[in-house]
Design a protein around this ligand. Structure first.
Ligand SMILES: [Zn+2]
Length: 289
């Protein structure tokens, strides 16, 4: 006969074993960081900053892969389409002319597809694609992920697909998403896998439907990938908003809401374009968990 005390001990024992095996409670989530190169910014004036306000004027380009037991999520798609340049093994300086005639120079070393493959994945393994926003330096390799389900806010979706497209975009880099299965996000928070471990959060203002990603990692703790809510740390410390926001007041409100969230959760803020901070992150095939 099994007594209630034995049952209790049994349950405790199983919980202990599960914890030791790392499968109790916290979901095992991995976060891979991909290096999308260095975006050259000779003068940060378009961010309402002076050279002396920032450590480095150049910006990093990063995109990310989240691997969850229930699926995978690609977050952002970097700045240069893999098909537009030839890797040499050394850094390659790539010049871009945007449809609105703005010029950009980006130094890149490894194609996104190669970095994804090094982590053991190909685009067909990706369940969800989410872009922080529609600017060219986040959409470049979106087309290869068109078979994934696109997680996007309604106003961002509509702005991306209307003609003429908004400034600072390259619509050809995401044109295949027109036929993707899409989930139109209508709430501030969207819990991707239903367990609170991977949550897309509204961060509107930079673009109409700009969003951020919160990832809860068992060892690293919570991380917020903030898209372009910030580009430089100095935007936070000096309270500066870029000159080219869709709605600067919305950006300020989104920053305030994020500050509160970071305080409540103790999550780290990862500024995706922060050159010095991104240089310190371990890159795929290494990962955070
Ligand atoms: Zn950007």
């Amino acid at each position: 006969m099994i007594t209630s005390k034995q049952l209790l001990l049994g349950a405790t024992g199983w919980a202990l074993i599960a914890a030791l095996m790392g499968c109790g409670g916290a979901t095992r989530v991995k976060l891979y960081v991909f290096d999308g190169g260095t975006l050259h910014v000779p003068d940060p004036a378009r961010f309402q900053l002076k050279k002396e306000d920032v450590g480095a004027t150049d910006l990093s380009v990063t995109c990310f892969l989240v691997v969850h037991p229930k699926g995978t999520l690609m977050w952002d798609a970097c700045a240069v389409p893999d098909g537009e340049w030839t890797p040499t093994g050394s850094p390659v300086k790539h010049h871009l002319t945007l449809p609105d005639s703005q010029q950009r120079d980006i130094t890149i070393t490894t194609p996104l597809g190669s970095q994804l493959a090094a982590a053991g994945f190909s685009p067909k393994d990706i369940t969800y694609l989410a872009l922080s926003h529609y600017h060219y330096d986040h959409t470049a390799n979106a087309n290869p992920f068109a078979a994934a389900t696109w997680l996007v806010r309604g106003n961002e979706h509509d702005a991306m697909l209307r003609e003429p497209a908004p400034d600072v975009t390259r619509p050809l880099t995401y044109r295949d998403l027109r036929t993707s299965k899409a989930v139109i996000i209508g709430t501030d928070d969207y819990d991707v896998f239903g367990d609170g471990a991977v949550v897309i959060k509204a961060g509107v203002g930079h673009t109409p439907g700009h969003q951020m990603l919160y990832v809860k990692l068992a060892q690293t703790g919570g991380v917020v990938l903030c898209g372009d809510l910030y580009h430089y740390q100095a935007e936070h410390t000096l309270d500066r908003v870029p000159t080219f926001e869709f709605n600067a007041d919305q950006t300020r409100a989104s920053r305030k809401a994020l500050d509160t969230f970071l305080q409540q959760t103790g999550a780290q803020l990862w500024i995706q374009h922060d050159l010095e901070a991104s240089a310190k992150l371990k890159k795929s095939p290494a990962y955070y968990e």
